[in-house]
Write a protein of this length. Structure first.
Length: 57
């Protein structure tokens, strides 16, 4: 299950992106997660997805 806490979510998503997925869309599809929900939740703590780095920065 994907964490609800934004800081835990950040750590979880960046780890998964680094180790298992080529992009955020692949992660969301595989985990059946809502991309917009992740992006909005992490934007709330000033992190935004960087496609080139494939992580939230």
């Amino acid at each position: 299950m994907i964490p609800n806490d934004p800081v835990m979510l950040l750590s979880y998503v960046n780890l998964k992106l680094r180790d298992f997925y080529t992009n955020l869309d692949a992660l969301c599809e595989d985990l059946d997660a809502d991309r917009n929900e992740i992006v909005e939740k992490l934007a709330g703590i000033n992190y935004h997805y960087d496609e080139e780095k494939n992580q939230f920065v």
